[in-house]
Design a binder for this molecule. Sequence first.
Ligand SMILES: Nc1ncnc2c1ncn2[C@@H]1O[C@H](COP(=O)(O)OP(=O)(O)OP(=O)(O)O)[C@@H](O)[C@H]1O
Ligand SMILES: Cc1ncc(CO)c(N)n1
Length: 239
Amino acid sequence: MTPPVVLTIAATDSGGGAGIAADLATLAALGVHGACVVTAVTAQDTLGIRAIHPVPLEVVAAQLDAVLDDLPVAVIKTGVLATPEVVRLVADRVGGRRVTQGSLSAHRPLLVVDPVIRATTGASFATNEVITAYRDHLLPIADVVTPNEDEFVALGEPHYPGVIVTRGGPIRTTNDHGTGCTYSSALAAHLAHGSDVGTAAVRAADFVTHQLLISSDWDLGRGRGPVAHTITPHQGVHR
Ligand SMILES: Nc1ncnc2c1ncn2[C@@H]1O[C@H](COP(=O)(O)OP(=O)(O)OP(=O)(O)O)[C@@H](O)[C@H]1O
Ligand SMILES: Cc1ncc(CO)c(N)n1
């Protein structure tokens, strides 16, 4: 059998709470094969971001081409895109595939854009040029966009049908680092399994609620701890 494949195009978080680590763990928890294109390396922990190092554009492009040339990607999910050139690259590659391959086909990936602009800790992931590139190139071709309320405003309050503005929820916890990445990856996973956007959004919100409950009593790091990405510990590691 061929498992559903989701490609995340995002940055690393050395603390393992957000970004690519959150995406791949969430995809694995939901039964999807995750591929990844790294756009930037961040030195980050539960307290904040110490450094952001963008990956050279040609290396981002080479990763993207390698995955798209080989794997049957059902959904592409974007996180931190770091530079306007990377935003345009993703728009060109994904938009180009749409034009050449025509309407819905098995190989036409859906595009979920999580426009990460600012970390909860305040550090900026996107310059004005990146925000402009999102507005001009990526949002118009996205199937789903998942800004939080600040990102929605920064993007000029886009009103496409697929825009889902995310906002907190009922679980009271300080271990919520990476919830946005986990939510958008869970949504992408459910789309890859065949759910429509509305159903995928509800299932993703349920998943995050469940995961926040699991990690609510974790004591991990000195700042905002990570949301649990996977459902159960690996068998055999119980003490
Ligand atoms: N405390 C919570 N209880 C239940 N669900 C939550 C909670 N926080 C977040 N969620 C779920 O996760 C989704 C994404 O959360 P949120 O809008 O806080 O992400 P974000 O601001 O992008 O996060 P990040 O800190 O990763 O940037 C919400 O729309 C909601 O479905
Ligand atoms: C790499 C990365 N992506 C996304 C976020 C947003 O939570 C973060 N803090 N770090």
